[in-house]
Ligand binder design. Structure first.
Ligand SMILES: [Zn+2]
Length: 65
């Protein structure tokens, strides 16, 4: 899903449009199994708090105040 509003990207040093990275549940399931469940909280974070991804450098955009 594309958004028209822009968010400042610290890598691109400018406001950029962003998208949400779709969660690959099969990959996360495998990682969770291989880490004996240690990865589960990270997986849940991705599902309930999706990270904005920069449309230009594809890096994560963290919301800083
Ligand atoms: Zn960027």
């Amino acid at each position: 899903m594309e958004h028209l509003e822009t968010v400042y990207c610290s890598r691109c040093k400018k406001g950029v449009q962003y998208h949400y990275d779709p969660v690959n549940h099969w990959k996360e399931l495998l990682v969770t199994i291989f880490t004996f469940g240690m990865w589960l909280p990270m997986w849940l974070c991705m599902v309930f708090g999706p990270t904005k991804m920069c449309n230009e450098c594809n890096g994560p955009l963290w919301d800083d105040a």
